[in-house]
Design a protein around this ligand. Structure first.
Ligand SMILES: NC(=O)c1ccc[n+]([C@@H]2O[C@H](COP(=O)([O-])OP(=O)(O)OC[C@H]3O[C@@H](n4cnc5c(N)ncnc54)[C@H](O)[C@@H]3O)[C@@H](O)[C@H]2O)c1
Ligand SMILES: OC[C@@H](O)C(O)[C@H](O)CO
Length: 277
């Protein structure tokens, strides 16, 4: 007779080492806490050391307040690192350092690094298109590639979650952002390719595609213009933007090897119903 734990996954992440890129961003601020609380060690990676250190301190303070374990087997469970996800050498170096610091090859990637800019397609400055595609799309190829190489060498399974967007499957209104939308469509399809190539190494690769979340990224788009927020919400069946904590369940599902043992190459769209209209 199967036991309860044979059937119902616990969603715990004990012994896992998670790397969260964009580690000082708005989504990450909540996801970091959830991963740590579920037992994972968490390495925060972002483009600026001082800012990512600040995120690390905030995570440590939160964990202390909530009695979440900060050291396991004499190894610190939180670390913070500067790395530009468009720089292959930096990625290689930082993942080596993370493996050394946490005494284990990282096996869970939550890749949130990304940004948006808004221009009409006729006027879009080419250099701005290029830098956006480099961060959002090439970063989403470089980072998983280097991490997968380490896992394959260590014969260790992994789960990678790349953050796409509903903008990879719909076109937003009213703000124009062709490069962002194209980059996210690219991420969603790259995930399918990576999943097929790396299934034989027990590395599952999935995409989580959020709708509008209130974070620094969307605050920049809205600016002083509350009409943009109203226009967005009027097109969301649930009639509101998301809170970052509403993505924790999806992340834990895709991260946990029991819960999503047969899920790879998937694009999980969590958008309050935006796609339905
Ligand atoms: N906020 C939303 O409505 C929304 C919706 C769908 C998808 N997303 C996606 O979710 C992810 C996280 O977004 P967020 O809302 O938390 O945004 P955010 O701006 O709060 O965080 C993004 C983080 O990525 C980091 N980053 C940017 N370029 C980098 C680089 N070259 N190297 C390393 N780090 C870099 C930034 O410093 C920042 O900390 C992004 O990929 C975004 O496109 C956001
Ligand atoms: O589509 C939702 C997000 O990707 C993002 O908030 C938006 O596209 C930014 O304009």
């Amino acid at each position: 007779m199967p036991s309860i734990s044979d059937i119902v996954p616990s969603f715990r992440l004990d012994g896992r080492v998670a790397v969260v890129t964009g580690g000082s961003g708005g989504m990450a601020a909540v996801l970091n806490k959830a991963l740590l609380a579920q037992g994972a060690s968490v390495a925060l990676v972002d483009i600026d050391q001082a800012i990512v250190d600040k995120a690390g301190v905030e995570l440590t303070n939160w964990a202390t307040y909530n009695n979440v374990e900060l050291i396991t087997n004499d190894v610190q469970k939180i670390s913070s690192w500067e790395c530009d996800v468009t720089n292959y050498d930096q990625i290689t170096q930082v993942l080596d350092k993370i493996s050394g610091f946490h005494k284990s090859v990282p096996d869970l990637l939550v890749h949130t690094a990304g940004f948006c800019n808004n221009f009409d397609a006729l006027e879009y400055p080419p250099d701005k298109m290029k830098s956006l595609i480099e961060v959002n799309l090439l970063g989403s190829l470089y980072f998983p590639q280097v991490m997968a190489k380490l896992l394959v060498k260590a014969s260790k399974p992994g789960s990678f979650i790349l953050i796409g967007s509903m903008s990879g499957v719909i076109v937003n209104y009213p703000q124009n952002q062709v490069a962002y939308n194209a980059s996210k469509a690219g991420v969603i399809h790259a995930v399918r390719s990576l999943a097929t190539e790396w299934a034989k190494y027990n590395i599952r690769v999935n995409c989580l595609s959020p709708g509008y979340i209130l974070t620094p990224l969307t605050k920049k788009v809205i600016g002083e213009n509350v009409e943009i927020k109203n226009a967005w919400e009027s097109r969301i069946p649930m009639n509101r933007m998301a809170d970052p904590k509403e993505f924790v369940g999806s992340i834990l599902y895709l991260a946990n090897h029991d819960a999503s043992s047969y899920t790879t190459g998937e694009n999980l769209v969590v958008d309050g119903g935006y796609q339905c209209w």
